[in-house]
Design a protein around this ligand. Structure first.
Ligand SMILES: [Zn+2]
Length: 320
């Protein structure tokens, strides 16, 4: 059964907001866009992998997607998926990369070949080996019985091909369409029950308690941007023009004529995502949403029903 569903990572949400709010002619835009695509396709690959893992007989597995936890030395590591059974654990690492792929068996590096060049695209085998040590350390520290930890790289792009493949390598790597069969094959090699139901539940509970999304990432600081670099106002979802203007009860795009009743709640979500802060004052709200009137801004802030502290000019609102 799925214990933890996959959620869109904070870093991806932040880059989606930046793609909306950093002007396309900004010198940092290409760098932001490149990272956005890397995160976006990584997430697509994980979702594709989830689809095939959903074919497993679920009662045998406790599945945790996108778990990010600290190891025994406090260093956070993220497993794309972790499957826990009474006999073994299995860590899956998704790679959504198309083209001709080669794994260097000595270094664990993944290389993508182009017609006349090649490009290093990560070291999933080495990364999985690290994650295995980190997870095993946690299990030890919890005084749980030692358990076999298996790992698999899952190639989740349908236009990927592998070459220079040895039998050893093929045991460590699987195409996502074959994932259920591979998981069952691993299952058949594991005969000894290590964890009781109570011990499995203890591990699951501890892992869930320690999970923390990477919401400390601050996009503005990371790319060396300032608040004035971002596009302000309500952005039209049809044509990306900003700011939309409020006429009577509706917001209207002056560029394409699209109208919307309540675009403010979606607009204000971008504020913490791009790194402007987790709290907002009336003044900051007016500047960001492009509303000149203090009283209209107050009404919007009231409608958003945000937790708040302070009074009058000193009032701050907390953004989730
Ligand atoms: Zn528009």
């Amino acid at each position: 059964m799925i214990i933890k569903e996959r959620e869109k990572p904070f870093k991806l949400l932040a880059h989606e907001a930046a793609i909306r709010r950093v002007p396309k002619n900004h010198p940092k835009y290409p760098e932001i866009e490149k990272e956005y695509f890397r995160l976006h396709y990584g997430y697509l690959g994980e979702k594709a992998m989830d689809y095939f893992s959903s074919f497993l007989p679920h009662e045998n597995y406790k599945i945790l997607h996108g778990l990010r936890i600290p190891d025994t030395k406090g260093r956070y590591f993220q497993m794309d998926s972790l499957l826990i059974t009474p006999t073994h654990c299995l860590i899956l690492d998704s790679k959504y990369i198309k083209g001709k792929l080669e794994f260097d068996e000595d270094t664990g590096i993944l290389i993508r070949h182009h017609e006349d060049s090649h490009q290093r695209v990560g070291d999933p085998l080495a990364q999985l080996a690290r994650h295995k040590i980190q997870l095993s350390g946690l299990i030890d520290k919890l005084k749980l019985p030692s358990i076999s930890i298996e790992t698999q790289v899952v190639i989740s792009h349908k236009s990927a091909t592998l070459f220079k493949k040895s039998p050893t390598l093929l045991n460590k790597i699987v195409f996502h369409t074959n994932l259920p069969t591979r998981i069952q094959a691993i299952d058949h090699t594991q005969k000894t029950t290590r964890f009781s139901a109570k011990e499995t539940n203890k591990l699951v509970k501890v892992l869930l308690n320690r999970h923390k999304d990477d919401s400390t990432f601050n996009l503005m600081v990371y790319y060396g941007l300032t608040p004035s670099d971002f596009i302000k106002g309500v952005i039209c979802i049809k044509c990306s023009h900003a700011p939309m203007k409020k006429y009577y009860k509706k917001w209207t795009c002056v560029s394409c004529g699209h109208t919307e009743l309540d675009p403010v709640s979606r607009t204000i979500k971008d504020y913490p995502l791009i790194g402007l802060g987790n709290t907002i004052t009336n003044k900051q709200f007016r500047e960001f949403v492009c509303i000149p009137s203090i009283s209209i801004a107050s009404k919007f802030l009231f409608t958003l029903n945000l937790p708040q502290k302070g009074t009058n000019k000193g009032r701050i609102y907390y953004l989730e």
